[in-house]
Design a protein around this ligand. Structure first.
Ligand SMILES: [Zn+2]
Length: 90
């Protein structure tokens, strides 16, 4: 399955770019803070949501289709489960 997007402006071929949606460091810090808080019994209440938020930030990606000819770009927002299936397409 080879999916190529065609530019609506010039009918040129579009290329997929993929990058992290959030700053990976911020997500990592949240996971670390969550893991640290979970070490203490009461901290799990705070730590688990923190780790979940951090994992979401690290895992969430941004996909951009950029036209090779006129450089116009379309942004695609995908949830994590869908981005794994899209990788096979590439
Ligand atoms: Zn174009």
């Amino acid at each position: 399955m080879d999916k190529t997007l065609i530019c609506t402006l010039c009918n040129g071929e579009m290329q997929l770019y993929e990058g992290p949606r959030y700053n990976r460091k911020t997500g990592g810090v949240l996971i670390a803070a969550g893991a640290f808080a979970t070490l203490f019994w009461v901290g799990a209440v705070l730590g688990i949501p923190l780790m979940a938020a951090g994992a979401y930030m690290v895992g969430s990606k941004r996909q951009l289709w950029v036209c090779k000819d006129c450089n116009s770009a379309i942004e695609r927002l995908v949830v994590k489960s869908e981005s794994t299936s899209l990788k096979k397409v590439k």
